[in-house]
Each structure stands twice: as structure tokens, then as C-alpha cells.
Design a protein. Structure first.
Length: 510
């Protein structure tokens, strides 16, 4: 027990006390702190000797001035107007079919075109109730059925359309639908492979009745003419002889009874002679034919009326063009963009949407740019697939606002691309593309310098300053030049005096 107590006392006498205990118990922390203090002192000392790039630049002296030069170049210059445009098929319109003369539902029975199909003159756009809707070139819409006897601008349009197909419509300058036009319409139906429209019900009976009327009227006229001729012929030979004999007999009786002119016998014979002469004069006198002539005139009028009825009945049998079987479209051929009907459906509104068969780019240009452009100018289209394709300006018109007024600050520029392959057509259609139009270009490569190289002389002349090729690089020469086309920051120059060659250094700044 005494041994344990001794050992404990020795251990207690060896433990650190005060600051010693604090240092020995936190030795790692004190080492780190010492290192940090030393680093801080070293950093402060080094900062007096380290200079930043910014301080070095601010303390540095300015460099000596020098020439900023670029070489004179040979290059082709082109000044372009750049605009953007939408590529679509031209002149898109909704197509409607006139169905008022059908007398019933307008059911589509066949010949429905596919999207992308092309409609040309004499194409069948649709088949409605078993009948064709024939496409013809023209601007005037259909508004009535055309048949023999009608006239107007729609007849003139029909004749011109038929003539464009090589079908003879008769007098193409006349606006009357006549028998020749009817024959031409029949030829049109034969061309599209459909029978001509059937005549109205009862047409055959009307023609038969009219023919009978003409025949009866002709018979009546013949009878009236015979009566008139008989009346104009006068007394017959028998009447003439008979009346002559009666007068002669009365004269002989006078001769026999008038030995005594005052006798009763003579007086009676003389009276009988006068009566015989009066009767003869009456019988042999020309007859009154006014009644017969009136009958002939009446028969002629009846025959004319009968012939008119026959002509009208016959016209009803001639080929006509129903309003529901023709569709006029301008700018043929046309491309079918959308079809809103199908076989078996009933037409209630537009049947399809068509556009021009060729694609166009419809662009817009500011007035200042439009003044630099002309119809026929060539252009370059930046295609969506990063290729380029040529085009030509086909129209430049002031932009028309929604109110219908012209906005002369903007112009619509219409371009027609060069011939496109099917793949190019698919890539271009419906996209907005960049259009570059060269409004000025040099003929090949010319001497050119940056615009900044030009200065003006005392007299307003243009000049450039070049480094003297025979000097030490600090001496320059002023050369007067004439300027040409400026484009892309460069200007075409030609020396008036002195020489100027490609590669000469021209001063653009100091």
C-alpha cells in the first residue's frame, strides 16, 4: 500500500503546468499558426517587388507612331441588294364549282385529283353526278348555261378557250353562241372522253310537232297561192266566147228590128243589146284579187312562225354547255395544293385549292433598294440546304395594304427560280430564303483598296497614299485615282498619274 502511494506522487510531479501545459496540449495548432504568420510576412515583402501587367503597361512609355497599311488587291467587286422572300407556288386560289343547274345534290362520283396533280386546259377537274367538270383557260367565272342563241362576254371567253385548244368555234370575234359553237362544244366533250349533254326532255316531240306545223302551213300557203293565181287569170275562154255570142245576137236583133227606129221592136232590141254589152263587160272585166292576196299573206306569216318554232326546237337538240360542267382558271397549268372533297361527298363549298404550277419567291424590299432593281435582273437564292440557286425578277410592284391602298415605302418583288429538280422543289417550297441581287459588278478583277484608303485632295479629287517602294518604309507618295464601284468595304480605283500595282502598300491609318 505504501508502494502505490509513492508511485502516484512521482507521476504527478512530472506533468507540465501553466503555459507549458497549453503549448504541449495544442502543438499542431500552434505549428499551423506559425506557418501562416511567416507566409503573411513573406507575401508583404514580395509584393514590393512584383509588378502587374496593367501597372507595367501604364508605366511604359508610348510606342513611336507608325503607318497602318494594307496591300492593293486585284479582286472582283459586286454590290448586292439582300432581301428575304417566301417560296410558294404562285397565285393560290380556292376553286368552286357552279352546281345551280343540277336540280339536285352535287355528288362527287369520280375523277378526284391528288395533291400535286397538274390541271391543264381540257383537264377534268372532277366528276360530279357522272358528268365532267372541264377546265378551260379564262378569268370570267361561270354564271349561266350556254346554248344556241345566247350572247355575251362568257360566250366570247368560251370561243377563245376552244380556239386555244385547236377547236374551231366559228367566228371567234363574235359573242353569239351559234351552231358552229355548238359543234365545237361537242368536239370538246369528245376530246375529254365524255358524251355531250343530253337534250332536255320532250325535245324530240317538240321537233316533230314543229315539223308538222311547218308542213300544214306550207299546204295552206299553196292553196292560197292557187286561189290568187286563179283570181288573177280573169274570165275563161268559154266566158269570152259566150259573152261575145250574146252581144252579137243582140246586135243582129237590133239590125233586124230597127228598119223603123221608132218602132217598139227596135226599141226593145236596142235595150236588149245594151244589157248584153253590160253583162259582157262585167263578166269579162278583171276580178278583185284582194281577198286572195290577203289569204296568201296570212299563209306566209303562218309558215314563217312554224319555221321559227321548228328552228327553236332544233336548237334545243344542239349541244350546249351546262354551267356545272365547266371551270375557268387563269394562268394554266395549275397545281393542286389541297382537295376538300372525295368520291361520294356532296359539294357544299370550295372543292380544292390550286396555285400556279411553277414556284415563285415573294420578297419585300424597301423603296431605296427597289429603285436599284429591274424586272429581268438575276438573283441568287440561298437554299435551305445551304446551296445556291439562280432566279430572275419577274415583277416589282408597290406593296398593297389590307385596305387596298398602295404603300410606296415597300415594294413586292416576285422572283422565278431557275428550273428546279424535284428534290430542290421539295427543299425550297414553303421556306423563307435569302435573296441576293447584284445591282453593280465589275467586269472581272480590278485594282481595289479599302474605302478608308481614299482621301480627298484640295480640288476634291480622290487619291491614295502608298508607301514609297524605293524608300525606307516611312516615306509615302500621294497618287490621284479615279474610283469605280464600291462594295463590301472596297472601292475600285485606277491611277490618274503615277503607277499603282497589286501588292503596293496603301495607307489606311496612322
Amino acid at each position: 500500500m505504501a508502494r502505490v502511494t509513492e508511485t502516484t506522487e512521482e507521476s504527478a510531479s512530472t506533468l507540465p503546468t501553466g503555459w507549458g501545459r497549453l503549448v504541449q496540449g495544442n502543438r499542431v495548432i500552434w505549428v499551423i499558426a506559425a506557418v501562416a504568420v511567416v507566409s503573411l510576412i513573406a507575401g508583404i515583402a514580395l509584393s514590393r517587388f512584383v509588378i502587374s501587367p496593367a501597372d507595367a503597361a501604364s508605366n511604359a512609355a508610348a510606342p513611336e507612331g507608325g503607318l497602318i497599311t494594307v496591300p492593293v488587291e486585284f479582286r472582283a467587286l459586286s454590290n448586292n441588294v439582300t432581301i428575304r422572300g417566301d417560296a410558294n407556288f404562285a397565285d393560290s386560289v380556292e376553286v368552286t364549282v357552279e352546281t345551280g343547274d343540277l336540280g339536285g345534290p352535287a355528288v362527287v362520283t369520280g375523277q378526284v385529283p391528288e395533291v400535286g396533280a397538274t390541271l391543264t386546259a381540257a383537264s377534268v377537274a372532277l366528276e360530279v353526278t357522272g358528268r365532267p367538270v372541264i377546265v378551260l383557260p379564262g378569268d370570267l367565272p361561270v354564271y349561266r348555261t350556254l346554248r344556241v342563241g345566247v350572247s355575251g362576254p362568257d360566250v366570247l371567253q368560251l370561243k377563245q378557250a376552244l380556239q386555244s385548244l385547236g377547236i374551231n368555234p366559228g367566228n371567234a370575234a363574235s359573242n353569239v353562241f351559234d351552231a358552229a359553237t355548238s359543234s365545237a362544244v361537242a368536239a370538246l366533250y369528245a376530246t375529254v372522253g365524255y358524251p355531250a349533254p343530253e337534250s332536255a326532255e320532250g325535245t324530240t316531240e317538240n321537233i316533230s310537232s314543229a315539223n308538222e306545223g311547218v308542213s300544214n302551213a306550207q299546204d295552206n300557203l299553196t292553196a292560197a297561192n292557187l286561189a290568187l293565181q286563179k283570181a288573177k287569170a280573169g274570165p275563161s275562154q268559154v266566158d269570152i266566147i259566150e259573152q261575145g255570142n250574146l252581144v252579137a245576137a243582140a246586135q243582129r236583133a237590133v239590125d233586124d228590128a230597127c228598119d223603123d227606129p221608132d218602132s217598139n221592136e227596135c226599141l226593145d232590141a236596142t235595150g236588149a243589146l245594151a244589157l248584153a254589152q253590160a253583162v259582157s263587160a262585167q263578166v269579162l272585166a278583171p276580178g278583185d284579187t284582194s281577198a286572195e292576196a290577203a289569204n296568201v299573206a296570212s299563209a306566209n306569216r303562218a309558215l314563217t312562225a312554224a319555221k321559227t318554232l321548228l328552228a327553236e326546237a332544233q336548237q334545243g337538240a344542239l349541244t350546249y354547255l351546262p354551267s356545272s360542267e365547266v371551270l375557268y382558271l387563269s394562268g394554266l397549268p395549275r397545281r393542286v395544293d389541297d382537295v376538300s372533297v372525295k368520291r361520294g361527298s356532296t359539294i357544299t363549298a370550295s372543292v380544292m385549292r390550286v396555285s400556279g404550277a411553277t414556284i415563285v419567291v415573294d420578297a419585300s424590299a424597301a423603296e431605296t433598294d427597289a429603285k436599284l432593281l429591274e424586272v429581268g435582273d438575276r438573283a441568287v437564292l440561298s437554299m435551305p440546304d445551304d446551296t445556291e440557286h439562280g432566279a430572275t425578277i419577274i415583277s416589282i410592284e408597290p406593296h398593297v395594304t389590307e385596305t387596298g391602298s398602295a404603300d410606296n415605302s415597300r415594294f413586292d418583288v416576285l422572283l422565278e427560280p431557275d428550273e428546279l429538280t424535284p428534290d430542290q422543289l421539295q427543299v425550297l417550297q414553303g421556306n423563307n430564303v435569302k435573296v441576293s441581287i447584284a445591282v453593280g459588278e465589275t467586269e472581272g478583277e480590278v485594282l481595289a483598296v479599302p474605302l478608308a484608303a481614299l482621301t480627298a485632295g484640295a480640288g476634291g479629287e480622290s487619291r491614295v497614299e502608298i508607301v514609297d517602294p524605293d524608300g525606307d518604309g516611312t516615306e509615302t507618295i500621294l497618287i490621284e485615282v479615279t474610283t469605280g464601284l464600291a462594295a463590301d468595304g472596297y472601292v475600285e480605283i485606277e491611277p490618274v498619274s503615277g503607277t499603282l500595282d497589286e501588292g503596293d502598300l496603301v495607307v489606311v491609318g496612322r
